[in-house]
Design a protein around this ligand. Sequence first.
Ligand SMILES: NC(=O)c1ccc[n+]([C@@H]2O[C@H](COP(=O)([O-])OP(=O)(O)OC[C@H]3O[C@@H](n4cnc5c(N)ncnc54)[C@H](O)[C@@H]3O)[C@@H](O)[C@H]2O)c1
Length: 385
Amino acid sequence: MDTVRLGIVGLGNMGKAHLANIRAGKVEGLRVTCLCESVGTLPKLLEGESAYTDVNAMIHSGKIDAILICTPHYSHTSIGIEALKTGLHVLVEKPISVHKADCERLIAAHTDKKKIFAAMFNMRTNAVFKKVKDLIDSGELGEVRRVHWEVTNWFRTNYYYATGGWRGTWKGEGGGVLMNQCPHNLDLFQWLFGMPQRVRGFCQFGRFHEIEVEDDVTAVFQYDNGTTATFVTSTGEAPGRNVLEISAEKGRLTVKDGTHIHFQRNRQPMSEFCMTAEAAFAMPESWHMDIPVDNSGGQHVEILQNFAGAILKGEKLLSPAEEGIRSVELANAILLSTWKDATIELPMAASDYETILKDKSENSTFQKTKVAAKATSDDFAKSFR
Ligand SMILES: NC(=O)c1ccc[n+]([C@@H]2O[C@H](COP(=O)([O-])OP(=O)(O)OC[C@H]3O[C@@H](n4cnc5c(N)ncnc54)[C@H](O)[C@@H]3O)[C@@H](O)[C@H]2O)c1
């Protein structure tokens, strides 16, 4: 095989964006042969591809080798399982599923390891975060002692939540900022620092918007080695900011807006200095340095290219879908902690969370306002960046 025949399901914002990139020839080895969309907008989009309204018909058509899943969150599990069982390669948008139990079901369906199963964690291609990972993994920072990530620049208007009936609801989206915007950040968090052993979350629901899910979050993560971390996010704070601070033995690394890395490097590791200095108020000598990074990475196109490369040439995946369970578990644990007003030990019980979420979805009395109902997904597409 020298070209992968791809089917895209869900031709909303992301589906269309991926389609445009592939049609523009930005991804070598991928050819879109089929499109599937459940609302009637498909005919306008077609350029010779086979069209489907039923995803199972596309999966079993024999016209695709791989599927790109760009539908709302809950259906990632059912579509992904059917595609994997049918022997397709699968690339699923983030989050891979809404809750840990569904992640486990989806991952369990990946029995044929010759089939490539990847997730769209495009921020892993960001050169800044790749550099931060390199600095941690190579020991340049020394042991990490504390992390603070405040990512409050996910500002969204009430109008945003009004577009697309599934947004801002337990039943449709399965969560708010943690489930829609932050899978990227939580994935990077676990990619850089590993999974914590305990999570305490403080979420506020519909604090800034007419939604029933969380739009304001403060979480504390604890690791067995004593490292602590805070993760703060919101879709209602403006101007927000995106600052990741890592306090490590060899200094303090600050990443601003995902674009700049500053390192205040200790000449001597802090714990060593603390135990050996013979002056009460001494501080380790430190130097300021800006760490250059060359670009922002290939983002979605690089993940698509890597997916094709993994299928055609056996390239190593940048974001295996199996790893997507970790960001979902972090998000679930933060919410579960809030609901239970308790610390959650990881790994957490998947069924516990699933039961509560199901209850919230099925017994919700939340209704979007009339004003909200006027917004359409076309409005969303116009404002999408
Ligand atoms: N990686 C990123 O940077 C990024 C950015 C935005 C959204 N996303 C993710 O992409 C996914 C889609 O988000 P979006 O913003 O494009 O949503 P959207 O609402 O704009 O599009 C979803 C589309 O899927 C269609 N659909 C739903 N169920 C279907 C089914 N069973 N069969 C066929 N079509 C179906 C809907 O009609 C809609 O057109 C979500 O998982 C979201 O989190 C990723």
